[in-house]
Write a protein that binds this ligand. Structure first.
Ligand code: ZN
Length: 148
């Protein structure tokens, strides 16, 4: 288990140092801003939905390693998925980071955040980008969310 834990920490640090899909895709038509005052994390998520599918997604912001890595891995995980699938994936991710269920294979790389359940304050860091993405997908242009 400790080897797995090290692998997970390495992946989180890698995504923190080299976030994927950073920036606003030129054709983005959905966006939301998210704020986690407890930690000082801020994120803006941008997306373009085409035919019910998240065709493009990107993010900007600043925050702790967990929030940044989560935003990065989230963008990789949701690109190309249907909007309903994204909602289901967020539900499962939320259950895993809060300890309500164990990671299953369909969670893919998102399983690296399983250790967050031991640190309840960090759950907000790990889910901030997801709440923000959901607001963008549901709210259209310029939605805003806060973890408080
Ligand atoms: Zn944080």
């Amino acid at each position: 288990m400790s080897e797995l834990r090290e692998l997970y920490q390495t992946m989180i640090l890698d995504h923190y140092k080299r976030p994927r899909n950073r920036g606003r895709p030129g054709a983005a038509d959905r966006s939301a801003a998210g704020d986690n005052p407890l930690c000082g994390d801020r994120v803006a998520v941008f997306a373009r939905v085409e035919g019910g599918v998240v065709a493009e997604v990107g993010f900007e912001g600043s925050g702790c390693a967990i929030s940044t890595a989560s935003a990065s891995l989230m963008t990789e995980s949701v690109k190309g998925r249907r909007v309903e699938e994204v909602a289901e994936l967020f539900d499962r991710f939320h259950q895993v980071v809060t300890g309500a269920s164990e990671p299953a294979s369909d969670l893919g790389k998102l399983a690296v955040f399983v250790g967050v359940r031991e640190f309840p304050l960090r759950v907000k860091c790990a889910t901030l980008a997801w709440h923000t993405l959901r607001a963008a997908l549901e709210g259209g242009a310029d939605a805003a969310v806060s973890t408080e």
